[in-house]
Ligand binder design. Structure first.
Ligand SMILES: Nc1ncnc2c1ncn2[C@@H]1O[C@H](CO)[C@@H](NC(=O)[C@@H](N)CO)[C@H]1O
Length: 147
């Protein structure tokens, strides 16, 4: 899994078109979204993550919470982003992993938004530009490390 973390004044998105034959079904209110004072996590779920999705969910949540505490962000935004890797997991696994990350972050008390999965989206983001405002993480299941 590849994660790009951007501490932002805001992020906003608008769904434009289907990028998959069967994108995630979404209600009208999810076709546009905005979150302010937010730590945005652009996430590419990778093929290697299919070896242990539960483990990469736990590790991703830990990494995101770690950075959220450092930058004092209470709002988090999970953004499905298929452009951080050339070895992508299949969409069914990716969507489940992203939903689990969202769920577990909420369980930890954060306000969590998520952009719809399987669509082309226009988006605007305002990076805060401080030293910890742009970070990236690579997360792999332990099993993959032994190979
Ligand atoms: N392994 C994966 N990890 C993260 N997201 C993934 C994925 N496989 C499919 N998607 C989603 O389907 C859209 C088309 O690839 C993706 N759309 C995007 O990445 C938008 N930024 C438009 O390009 C994304 O919503």
């Amino acid at each position: 899994m590849r994660v790009l973390l951007i501490h932002s004044d805001y992020i906003e998105y608008e769904v434009k078109d289907k990028a998959l034959k069967n994108p995630e079904p979404i209600p009208d209110e999810m076709k546009k979204g905005r979150m302010d004072e937010v730590l945005v996590a652009f996430i590419s779920v990778e093929k290697v993550d299919e070896k242990n999705p539960e483990e990469v969910v736990e590790k991703a949540v830990e990494e995101i919470v770690n950075v959220a505490k450092q930058v004092k962000a209470e709002n988090l935004f999970v953004y499905p982003f298929a452009h951080l890797s050339s070895e992508l997991a299949k969409p069914s696994v990716a969507l489940e992993v992203l939903k689990k990350i969202e769920e577990k972050l909420k369980e930890k008390g954060y306000n969590v938004g998520r952009a719809p999965f399987g669509y082309y989206k226009a988006f605007k983001i305002s990076c805060k530009g401080h030293p910890l405002a742009e970070l990236s993480r690579t997360i792999v299941p332990e099993a993959a490390k032994e190979e």
